[in-house]
Design a binder for this molecule. Sequence first.
Ligand code: HEM
Length: 139
Amino acid sequence: MEGGRRGEAAGTTASGDGPAPVFTLEEVAKRNSSREAWLVIHGRVYDVTRFLAEHPGGEEVLLEQAGKDATESFEDVGHSTDAREMLKQYFIGEVHPVSASCNPQTSTKAFWSTWLIPIFGALVLGLMYRYYMVDGKSS
Ligand code: HEM
């Protein structure tokens, strides 16, 4: 496959064994131009610089996402299995877990799921308990 050959020829750093390099979101954010374009998809960092001109969806959309977490846009397009396979060629490392949790996008989501929803659930349960207990006693 042509795509595979290109990936190997460029000697992708993280394709071998051993732990993958870890990057913070700040490091990724600096690579946001056609000179150097990195993006994050599902917590993994991809260097798409040499893919810009080849992307079937165009260079524009990749540059728009460069330096950022592109998971949502990548998934919204409904990329094929082939496209997902291609990701491997551009993989350069993982996102630092702490820097990822500082990402305003994900941390807002984490806040809702880890705190607000359980607190709300507990409140509803508490109210229901009170309501039924009081009701039960009075009748
Ligand atoms: C390294 C990451 C990416 C790879 C390897 C990739 C690969 C591909 C491939 C192979 C296609 C052809 C259709 C398919 O097979 O699904 C495609 C289409 C497309 N991609 Fe990407 N893509 C990447 C990231 C993105 C991102 C971040 C966006 C942001 C919006 C995007 C937007 C699109 C669009 C709009 C199309 C055209 C869909 C169409 O015409 O039907 N892609 N991509």
